[in-house]
Write a protein that binds this ligand. Structure first.
Ligand code: RM4
Ligand code: MN
Ligand code: MN
Length: 404
């Protein structure tokens, strides 16, 4: 068995020898924080089935408890993104103080415009004014909810789109959307921003109304400065260079945030870093480029067969490690190689950082923050899940629906 302290000392020594400022890296790492999604703790499934897990949270209060456990273990997940109406409660102040009593704050509020039968042909793009009004009303309600909960963002994903060529006029849909979103934007209190997510496909299979980052950016530019684009890793065509999208949106001052997950094929919502850790590292290399401010970072995953609290904990750990590796990129050497037009030296600078085992560094930082050096092991040994099963019930069944 290796000694974690010795591993850390050896790594720190090597990093110092190669000119890295280990204290600065430790400071940056310990300030790292992501939002976890309430919907990642509750039931979720595929369109074929939802497998309910023993000890699953029965309501938003219990979903927050699970999120607090992930934060306790990782020290880096202090906010929880909520989804409405999945997380609806009558008493918003009670929800807010429950979160605060657990050492959490409420992250982005996510309106849901994709499950009501009225939205079959769209929400803010729907041809019927009545349906569009209903959608705007829900969005305005979410602005109010966020304000009450101390949240500073609306995170909007539209399922709107068409399944067949000729089904509707694409530009008429766009104009309806712009009209509705302008009203919501106008209603935002100063502390809130509007994050606009895009997705190439699903549930619409001919034309999604906000299919790509460019379409989302155009909408944001029309709305105003506090409208920004949100990137979800599962929402692109295969092979799209996501790190380049990060760089371009940041350059335009419109990078609002991230939905982290990983995919092999479509919007698979698997654990971030489980399929393509190198891509994740390259995204963090862009996010940490000199002069850039970190946008809102959120996990957006559905854990269908894996243990949920464990999956979320591993996701935060994977993000910490990708971030740590990005912090180790020798930016001066990279700039030198680029100036020298040395193609492979520049690439090698990235590979050098990627190749470093940062686990001792992350473990040390977590320990210093009062979190677990080995979060997954601490979760397994700490009995949290067993206690949840005892309190919440152990029925493992297959059910309809997901998100709560
Ligand atoms: C969508 C999208 C949204 C999320 C829903 C549940 O594919 O990623 O961000 O709110 O799923
Ligand atoms: Mn998403
Ligand atoms: Mn998605």
């Amino acid at each position: 068995m290796t000694d974690p302290n010795r591993d850390y000392e050896q790594l720190a020594e090597r990093l110092t020898e190669t000119g890295r400022d280990v204290d600065a890296i430790n400071r940056a790492l310990s300030a790292f924080d992501v939002e976890t999604p309430s919907w990642g703790y509750g039931d979720s499934g595929t369109r074929f089935a939802t497998f309910q897990q023993p000890g699953r949270p029965r309501n938003v209060f219990e979903r927050l408890q699970d999120a607090a456990e992930v934060h306790r273990l990782t020290g880096a997940a202090s906010a929880v993104a909520l989804h409405f109406p999945w997380d609806h409660v009558d008493d918003l102040p009670a929800l807010r103080s429950h979160a605060e009593s657990l050492g959490l704050r409420i992250g982005a509020v996510n309106p849901n415009l994709f499950q009501d039968p009225d939205y079959k042909l769209g929400s803010v793009t729907h041809p019927d004014e009545r349906v569009r009004e209903k959608a705007v009303e829900h969005l305005l309600e979410c602005v109010h909810v966020a304000h009450e909960l101390g949240s500073t963002a609306q995170s909007l994903w539209l399922a709107d789109g068409t399944n067949y060529a000729g089904q509707d006029d694409l530009i008429a849909r766009r104009h309806r959307m712009l009209g509705c979103l302008a009203r919501v934007y106008e209603a935002l209190p100063p502390e809130q921003e509007l994050l606009v997510e895009y997705k190439l496909f699903e549930p619409a299979f001919y034309a999604t109304d906000l299919a790509d980052w460019g379409s989302a950016l155009l909408v944001c530019q029309k709305l105003g400065d506090r409208a920004k684009v949100l990137i979800d890793l599962g929402h692109h065509a295969q092979g799209v260079n996501i790190e380049q999208i990060v760089a371009v949106l940041d350059d335009e001052g419109r990078l609002g945030g991230f939905h982290f997950n990983n995919r092999k094929y479509a919007d698979d919502d698997l654990i971030v870093g489980s399929v393509n850790p190198f891509e994740l590292f390259l995204i963090f290399v862009e996010l940490t480029a000199p002069g850039r401010a970190m946008p809102r970072l959120t996990i957006d995953q559905s854990h269908n067969i894996e243990a949920k609290v464990e999956a979320m904990t591993l996701s935060v750990v994977n993000l910490q490690e990708a971030y740590a590796k990005a912090l180790l990129v020798d930016r001066d050497e990279l700039a030198r190689a680029q100036r020298a037009r040395d193609v492979l030296r520049a690439h090698e600078v990235l590979l050098d950082a990627y190749g470093i085992d940062v686990r001792p560094l992350c473990a040390k930082t977590r320990g210093e923050r009062g979190a677990a050096e080995d979060p997954i092991r601490a979760l397994r040994e700490g009995g949290y899940v067993e206690r949840a099963v005892a309190e919440r019930g152990s029925a493992e069944t297959v059910a309809e629906g997901w998100g709560r």
